[in-house]
Design a protein around this ligand. Structure first.
Ligand SMILES: Nc1nc2c(c(=O)[nH]1)N[C@H]1C(S)=C(S)[C@@H](COP(=O)(O)OP(=O)(O)OC[C@H]3O[C@@H](n4cnc5c(N)ncnc54)[C@H](O)[C@@H]3O)O[C@H]1N2
Ligand code: MOO
Length: 391
């Protein structure tokens, strides 16, 4: 059996990037920019006012001006001021020609059309946002590989982009196996349980930006299972199977995958939960068979499947923990296995949640992360820094 870090290394050697897709900028937060982006426009596109006030030509020896025009934001007209003239202007309104400065209205006294400046020490150019000071046409504004935030989306829209080319998410199949499974909403007879793994995996995949997800449910029947896996492999870049990967008489996933020619990268990892995990490839396609216990599914997804999908979608440093935090309480564990504990962060420390068994999802009512306790110890003292992976 291999350790968690060996499993990560094997996957890291087999990572592949996906292609690209053009999407609406408003949908693009969380995606990674596929090509360098050059600005198609000057921003601001025209000199404009940063304040509600008066635009004028600042002169050392002048303290009053005559207001000759009002320029609302969005005004398409060009105005020209002569010596001693001012324009009533608003934040974002285009500057009139002949003006170089905006004085905020709070610093002006107005009588009829005459304005007077009340405070000393103003500078030419104050409160004007000049054309192209944010970015100029043809300037590189975002590099390939940039992770788009909501702010990045705003920046793209500010230069006029309606769509953006990002790394495409993989097409994905989730197959849940087990004759005992029922879909929530169906009646539950004795011995049956609700399928919680496929909604959970779909939710986790949605958060990564994966949109095209085929879901299927298969009974513990080898020919049926093999046929289903083959069908899903034909249409998807990544196939995730839950259940049927252990050693029971009805665990047919491993033999089915071997029969379909899927190359095994590893099977079984020294970890809890999720020891009987399988990772493989069929050409460029990923196949992950996760142990059916629900907490094992999410743990294995987070630590192995998610990094491979994120790399596919253009992310880097996909194996790094999100942060490290000191453990709030001592923890006893079994030596020889890495423990991925459901945990919650509070006041800069991480607390292990109640209910760590792999069938038990109750810990997720409180947990916001997994805390990684290392393989080679049987005790982790409070205060020890541990790796944290947010859910
Ligand atoms: N003799 C041994 N038995 C088991 C071993 C072992 O080493 N020797 N390993 C145990 C461990 S650890 C795990 S984890 C499980 C993994 O088993 P499978 O991957 O074969 O999963 P199943 O048996 O199909 O299911 C396990 C468990 O999870 C429930 N389940 C399955 N699918 C779903 C779903 N979609 N939604 C909710 N719950 C699901 C299923 O009913 C079982 O209770 O094997 C141990 N056994
Ligand atoms: O390896 Mo299992 O997920 O602990 O029950």
């Amino acid at each position: 059996m291999i350790s968690v870090n060996e499993a990560r290394k094997i996957l890291a050697e087999n990572l592949t990037r996906g292609g690209s897709v053009e999407i609406q900028v408003s949908e693009a937060a969380g995606y990674v920019v596929y090509r360098d982006i050059v600005s198609p426009a000057d921003v601001p596109a025209f000199d404009n006012s940063a304040m509600d006030g008066y635009a004028l030509a600042w002169g050392k020896n002048r303290e009053s001006w005559t207001v000759v025009v009002e320029i609302p934001a969005g005004s398409a007209k060009n105005f020209r001021l002569s010596e001693g003239e001012a324009a009533r202007i608003f934040t974002g309104s285009p500057m009139p020609e002949g003006a170089d400065t905006v004085i905020p209205q709070e610093q002006i006294e107005r009588t009829g059309n005459i304005i007077q400046y009340t405070l000393p020490g103003f500078g030419t150019g104050a409160n004007v946002r000049y054309k192209g000071t944010q970015i100029r046409t043809g300037e590189l504004m975002m590099q390939r590989g940039t992770l788009l935030s909501a702010g990045g989306v705003g920046l793209l829209a500010s230069v006029g982009f309606a769509t953006v080319e990002v790394f495409a998410p993989p097409v994905l199949s989730v197959i849940v196996t087990g004759s005992e499974l029922r879909t929530p909403g169906e009646p539950l007879t004795h011995g049956a349980i609700f399928d919680s793994n496929s909604p959970m995996l779909k939710a986790a995949l949605n958060r990564l930006g994966v949109r095209k997800i085929y879901t299927s449910r298969v009974a513990d029947n080898e020919p049926e299972l093999r046929k289903n896996i083959e069908k899903e492999l034909n249409k998807s870049d990544v196939v995730i199977i839950s259940g049927g990967i252990s050693v029971g008489d009805y665990d047919f996933v491993k033999t089915s995958l071997a029969g379909l020619g899927v190359k095994e990268l590893f099977y079984k990892v020294k970890q809890r939960p999720g020891k009987p995990i399988f990772a493989g490839k069929l050409e460029n396609k990923w196949v992950f068979a996760l142990p059916g216990n629900p907490a094992s599914v999410l743990s294995c997804f987070s630590h192995y499947v998610k990094p491979c999908i994120r790399y596919f979608m253009g992310h880097n440093n996909v194996w790094n923990p999100d942060i490290t935090l000191p453990l709030a309480e001592d923890s006893i564990k079994k030596k020889g296995l890495t423990f991925f504990m459901k945990a919650y962060t509070e006041n800069g420390k991480v607390h292990l949640a109640e209910g760590q068994q792999s069938f038990n999802l109750i810990a997720f009512s409180k947990a916001d992360c997994f805390a990684e306790l290392p393989e080679d110890v049987d005790f982790v003292e409070a205060g020890t820094s541990v790796n944290i992976y947010f859910l």
